[in-house]
Design a protein around this ligand. Sequence first.
Ligand SMILES: [Fe+2]
Ligand SMILES: [Fe+2]
Length: 268
Amino acid sequence: MPVKVLFFGDTIGKSGRAALLKELPAIRERYQPDFVIVNVENITHGKGVSSKAIHELDQLDIDVYTSGNHAFDKGQFSAEAFKDIPNLIRPSNYGSVLPGKGFVRVEKNGKSLLAINLNAQVFFEKQFPTEISSPFMEFDTIWKAEHQNKEAVFIDFHSEATSEKRAMGFYTDGRASLVCGTHTHVATADLQILPNGTGYISDVGMTGALNSILGVPVQNSLDLFLGNTSKLVFEVEEQNPIMINAVYAEIEDGKAVAVEKIYREVSI
Ligand SMILES: [Fe+2]
Ligand SMILES: [Fe+2]
């Protein structure tokens, strides 16, 4: 029996949460996944994790929450979330200074999944207060220490550059079962199974307002690019429709055997 995984990319604020609450049960019904994973780095007003926002999703029975560079934007509330929610992970290569852990193993239906969160280095040099070590070496370390024979292995690779994303895909090809890029909020069209059996996409895309720029109101972002302001006025666009982006994969003996992109638009 394959291990069936459903992964939703960056989910943005209240509108993202509402979209998942409305549509995820139907997607679950359609795909019957063993494990559901959601990236929640933007779950609290678009920036950061918090127990309150994540607990709003409790009824969806999500198995693993991943995150990224915005994970700690809510300060103490974010730190508490990592203590409070056992299956919430953050990129493993942020080091041990920050709260939380970078991977988790979940077991259900007699099946096992090792979920790993990694952050890229390219374009993150000045964006984060802690040093980000090599995600490639970090994967090797986790793989050596944790991997069990033919176990399904999922990586959320939080990353900007498509070159580094694809490098991670090929580097882990045959070891990871599914590598999904997150962070850009824009879905890419390169979902494939790599030669040695790793399902791969450069970016899953976000769950957030369709008519926005990465989840931010269009005018706010335009004001920045047109020089009307020197600093982005950060808000979350909440106008309908809200798009949902996800990837579904079936994994047998640790190798992806089927992958599918999922896209929905909902009104909340
Ligand atoms: Fe994000
Ligand atoms: Fe991010």
